[in-house]
Design a binder for this molecule. Sequence first.
Ligand code: NAP
Length: 282
Amino acid sequence: MKKVAVVTGGNRGIGFGIVKGLCQKYDGAVYLTARDVGRGQAAVAELQKLGLKPNFHQLDVDDQTSIDKFRDYLKEKYVGLDVLVNNVGIAYKHDATEPFGEQAENTIKTNYFSLLNVCHALFPLLRPHARVVNLSSSMGHLLKIPGEELRGRLADPNLTEETLGALMLEFVEAAKRGDHTKLGWGNSAYAVSKVGVSALSFIQQRAFDKDPREDLVVNAVHPGYVDTEMTSHKGPLTIEQGAEAPVYLALLPPGVKSPRGEYVWCNKEITDWVKGPTPSEY
Ligand code: NAP
C-alpha cells in the first residue's frame, strides 16, 4: 500500500516549506492541503515548476465538514495515513484592534481545538510507524506561562485531553473577563495556545504508547523564527530552514527511541519543556 503524508496549511509559509521538503525526501504521496482551493492549487503549481509532485486536497481545519470529507477521502484512497504534520496556526498582530477576549477565543479555537479535531478525525487512520508533528513554538514553552500554579497543572504527567481542554477554555473565559494576567496566564493568547499544543503532544504520545498499533510517534516542534506572513517577514530563517526540524520529525525512522513525545527545538535538540533552558531565545 502506498504511503501517504499530509500537511495542514501547506499553501504558504513553513507549511509550504514542509511540503517541499517532504516531496524531496519522502517515499510516498505528499498532500499539500489548504482551506482555499485557489491558493492551494497555485502552491502546488509552484512546486511542480521545481519538478516536485505534491497532491492537493482542500482542508479547512476550522470546519468539521471539511475535516470529515478529507478523512473519508484518505480512507477510501489510501486506507491509512503515515505522516501528519499539524502546521496550521494563527497569530494576531501586536496592533490588532479586536478585543483581547475575541483574540483569545479565535486563537485557542484554531491553534488548539481545530488541531485536536484534525487529530480526532485522522488518528484512527494512522498505520504502524506513523509520525505526527505538531507545530508548537518557542512561545509554546511552559515557562511562557507566568503562573506557577497553572504551570503545575499544565505539567501534570496525568493531564488528560479533557482537563487540558478545560484549561484552554478557562483561559478564554479569563481573557473575556479581563483577569487572565492576574490569574497567571500572561498576556499572549498565542503563547497559551502553543503551550496547549505542546502539552497535548505529550498526552498523545502517552496514548500512542498504549495503542495496539506499533511505534506511533508524535512530537511538538519549535520551527525557529522564520520569514513568513505570521512574523511580518521579520524572522531570519527561510521557510526551508523553518521546515528542517518538522521534516526531520516527520521522517523519524521505524522503531526510533528518541525523540518520542518530546518538545523539539529548531536545531533538533530535545528541550526540557518544564524547566528549560531553551537552546536559543527564538
Ligand atoms: P503563516 O505564514 O501565517 O501561514 C499559515 C498557514 O496556515 C497558511 O497556509 C494559512 O492559509 C493556513 N491556515 C490558517 N488558518 C487555516 C485554517 N483554518 N485551515 C487551513 N489552513 C489554515 O504561518 P507560518 O509562519 O508559516 O507558521 C506555520 C506554523 O508554525 C504555525 O503553527 C505557527 O504558529 C508556527 N510557528 C511559526 C514561527 C515563525 O517564525 N513563522 C515560529 C514558531 C512557530 P491561508 O493562506 O488560507 O491563510
